[in-house]
Design a protein around this ligand. Structure first.
Ligand SMILES: Nc1ncnc2c1ncn2[C@@H]1O[C@H](COP(=O)(O)OP(=O)(O)O)[C@@H](O)[C@H]1O
Ligand SMILES: [Mg+2]
Length: 406
């Protein structure tokens, strides 16, 4: 479970510190461009370091310098957490870009307190001069995965969720942008029918008009990028192939077999979110035989802009279901961004992180329960009402120092 996030010179975050409470469900709110998505991005890079090298993460970007605050030299992301078992052992994962040394310099540091658990794969990289274990990129995988499981970052788009899709994977997954929902649901329905039924029930809570989720066979166009060599020159071309994949159709009160693209955006988004949260069964990484660590379940799910297209009542239902899922998955932590007071309303003050920008344009951040009037507010207002009334400006206001010795 992540307890602290520290960003230094990461995009618009010159120096941001977030302290997460132990609810495992956390909202980031604030105006457009206040840096909410960037927090999720910083965490998602950390997650991706589990499977990929820094270089491959940035291979499609011009340069990693785009994640460094403009004008700054280097950046760092430090994430602290504790194990979810009874030991509650602390851990820390950091990565940094240091242009002075090398653009790609990055490390994962597990605090010394963590050694007993991880000594099996870190033996060679111990460096006593530094206050922890330094793991090279290739050694990093098991430790990062142990801490984060199959964590993932999503920015779902209803258009992608609604698309017919084909997967040749044994256990398909919803992709970052929402593609692949139909095969994932098909897998759930055939391999984990109980989960599928539960998911359908949960969706009915959000969308009462829903009768049944169906997945049917559908033709899918698959585009392959190929190249041929002609006179020593590589010529790229696209090759289209037709496959039989799946598409989602929903039985609604108003009619049966309504295709996903004709369903409301909110419904399909809720279906996508629930599928991600209900499908924590991806044996991607065979880890330790420690049942309490649940290595196959995602430990962290990052969701950007969760309320798109949902009616206020459906938003409340959605967050109620998130709470239920977090309750039933003791290792799962969800961090999401939202602009919705209805969603905030369903949370405690300590679950809401308010982001704003200071006069120089850098992100500043406080938890709603750090507001000077919080005690009064808790008795008078709901969380959403309080945020609505107070906005974000207070995050940058100096708290007047108590006058002592008058
Ligand atoms: N390299 C950078 N240096 C400084 N600021 C940056 C950098 N990259 C992005 N930003 C700032 O971050 C903002 C985007 O933040 P974002 O996390 O997307 O906000 P939100 O999700 O709250 O709308 C941009 O508008 C820009 O001002
Ligand atoms: Mg955003």
């Amino acid at each position: 479970m992540i307890t602290e996030i520290k960003l230094e010179n990461f995009k618009g975050h010159q120096s941001t510190h977030l302290n997460l409470d132990n609810s495992r469900l956390h909202a980031l709110v604030g105006k457009n461009s206040s840096g909410k998505t960037s927090v999720l991005q910083a965490l998602s890079y950390m997650i991706r370091l589990t499977n990929e090298s820094f270089k491959s993460i940035f291979k499609n970007e011009n340069s990693p310098s785009f994640i460094i605050t403009s004008g700054a030299i280097g950046m760092s992301v430090d994430v602290h957490g504790t194990l979810q078992d009874i030991s509650k052992q602390p851990w820390k994962i950091s990565y940094h870009l240091d242009p002075k040394v090398s653009m790609w310099d990055t490390s994962v540091i597990i605090d010394k307190s963590f050694i007993p658990r991880l000594s099996f794969d870190l033996g060679e990289t111990y460096n006593d001069e530094q206050s922890g274990w330094e793991i090279s990129l290739k050694d990093r995988q098991s430790s990062n995965a142990l801490l984060l499981g199959n964590s993932e970052y999503f920015k779902l788009e209803s258009r992608n969720l609604a698309k017919a899709a084909y997967s040749d994977k044994i256990s398909p997954e919803v992709e970052f942008n929402g593609l692949g929902l139909a095969p994932t649901l098909d897998y759930l329905r055939s391999e984990e029918i109980e989960k599928f039924n539960k998911l359908q029930k949960m969706l009915q809570q959000i969308v009462p008009n829903l009768k049944k989720i169906r997945i049917q066979r559908a033709k899918v166009q698959i585009n392959h990028q190929r190249s041929v060599s002609i006179d020593g020159r590589e010529i790229a071309y696209d090759e289209n192939q037709e496959r039989i994949g799946q598409e989602i159709v929903l039985d609604m009160n108003t009619g049966d077999r309504i295709p996903a693209h004709a369903i409301s955006e909110g419904t399909i988004l809720a279906l996508g979110l629930l599928t991600i949260l209900m499908n924590p069964n991806k044996p991607k990484l065979a880890l330790l035989d420690e049942p309490d660590l649940h290595p196959h379940q995602p430990k962290l799910v990052l969701l950007d802009d969760i309320e798109q297209g949902l009616h206020p009542r459906a938003q409340r239902e959605l967050i109620a279901i998130f709470k239920e899922i977090v309750q039933t998955h003791p290792n799962l932590q969800i961090i999401f961004t939202t602009h919705s007071p209805y969603i905030v309303d369903e949370l405690d003050f300590s679950q809401v992180h308010v982001l704003d920008t200071n006069s120089s344009g850098f992100t500043t951040c406080k938890r709603l329960d750090e507001h000077p009037d919080v005690e009064w507010a808790k008795q008078t207002l709901t969380t959403g009402e309080f945020w609505n009334a107070e906005g974000e400006e207070w995050v940058n206001e100096e708290v007047p120092e108590e006058v002592v010795n008058v």
